[in-house]
Design a protein around this ligand. Structure first.
Ligand code: FAD
Ligand code: SF4
Length: 326
């Protein structure tokens, strides 16, 4: 690890606009610094600036929930209001990392975690995300965990987190503040597709701080987070499906779906949700939904299996979610 200066912020204002790199739980940033994938000269610790509360808040749609950026993943997953009103979020968080990591990891840091592409972590390998213009070792290389949707010729990495997939399905909003003031970024737009700027992971501008996340009022229906991975803990999603599905007199009343492990951002397809809404559940309907989600899917060789895996996972989740009992 290279030498760095370390300061502690006392208020959000100390961190906003700072040229120093923000450190929260440190569970991703420190690993990257040890490997010299990231070499910040200055760190600013934001653990003592408040922003650690979960509280009701007003939203356009009614009373929602505001989650401070410093709320630990374990506290968020265990919060009674979250477990009751937004259980999808709780389930997604508990499907991630380990208890020790969740005790340390924060809401803001989790959103900002970087890809797990093996070549990104290997400073001897070409990687356009780490070093723009150097190439992409994953294209034509080992790409079992890589994207099947929304990739570009410059980068095929996935965003690895679970919490953000649930937040995308729940239409959460990320509150940020920079030197020019506050702004809201919908969770569905927070992360970026690689395009020709693969070095950019998200829409946060330099000097901006994540203050928190707002959730709209609870959605009625079954909340399901299904994560397929190589082992039960300490493993990132190969494919995940976040779903809130509510039934109304035998037909689908609410359908919210987001997918993880398949693109550089939580993947949401509003057309699929519209297609399912007001329809009676059936295997044919679910097969058409899966066709629509996957219509532009492209495997890279090692990860071709993700296409049928996502298809089967979505159909299984929709089947479970639309059973009136159980
Ligand atoms: C072995 C292992 C397994 C894991 N498995 C999973 C998993 O299955 N699912 C999953 O979702 N995650 C998993 N994780 C990732 C873990 O959840 C993240 O490392 C963690 O959530 C990051 O949060 P942090 O507070 O520690 O962030 P840090 O490491 O402190 O920061 C990460 C990034 O966020 C930035 N940042 C932090 N807070 C803010 C803020 N408020 N505003 C602006 N920028 C900010 C930092 O500058 C840095 O760039 C795993 C991690 C490990 C090590
Ligand atoms: S997929 Fe993206 S992160 Fe991985 S090597 Fe290619 S450019 Fe780098």
């Amino acid at each position: 690890m290279k030498r760095f200066d370390f300061t502690r912020a006392g208020t959000p204002a100390d961190a906003i606009g700072s040229a120093a790199r923000i450190i929260a739980g440190g569970t991703n940033l420190l690993d990257l610094m040890k490997l010299q994938v990231e070499t910040p000269e200055r760190l600013i610790d934001i653990n003592h600036i408040g922003l650690d509360r979960i509280e009701p808040c007003a939203t356009d749609a009614g009373e929602g929930l505001r989650i401070g950026a410093l709320v630990r993943n374990s506290d968020l997953a265990a919060d009674q209001a979250v477990r009751t009103g937004w259980p999808l979020l709780s389930k997604a968080i508990l499907a991630g990392a380990s208890a020790q990591l969740r005790n340390r990891a924060t809401t803001g840091g989790n959103l900002m975690q970087r890809t797990r592409c093996y070549y990104f972590y290997d400073t001897d390998a070409p990687c356009n995300k780490r070093q723009p213009g150097s190439g992409c070792a994953a294209i034509g290389g080992v790409n079992r965990i890589h994207a099947i949707l929304g990739a570009s010729e410059h980068c095929i990495a996935t965003y690895p987190g679970d919490m953000a997939v649930a937040m995308a399905a729940l239409d959460a909003v990320v509150e940020v503040e920079g030197p020019d003031g506050k702004r809201d970024i919908p969770a569905t737009e927070f992360h970026c597709l690689p395009g020709d700027t693969p070095q950019r992971d998200n829409r946060l501008e330099p000097g901006e701080l994540i203050l928190g996340v707002r959730l709209p009022p609870p959605l009625q229906g079954k909340h399901i987070y299904r994560k397929i991975r190589d082992r039960r803990s300490y493993a990132f999603a190969l494919v995940s499906v976040a779903a809130v599905v509510g039934m109304d007199q035998g037909r689908i009343g609410t359908a919210r779906l987001a997918f993880g492990g398949v693109a550089a951002k939580p993947w949401r397809v509003p057309e699929v949700e519209a297609m399912l809404t007001k329809e009676a559940p059936s295997p044919e309907l679910f097969a058409r939904a899966a066709d629509l989600v996957l219509q532009d899917a492209k495997g890279q060789g090692d990860n071709d299996f993700k296409i049928p895996l996502l298809r089967r996972s979505l159909i299984a989740v929709l089947t479970d979610a639309t059973q009136e009992n159980g």
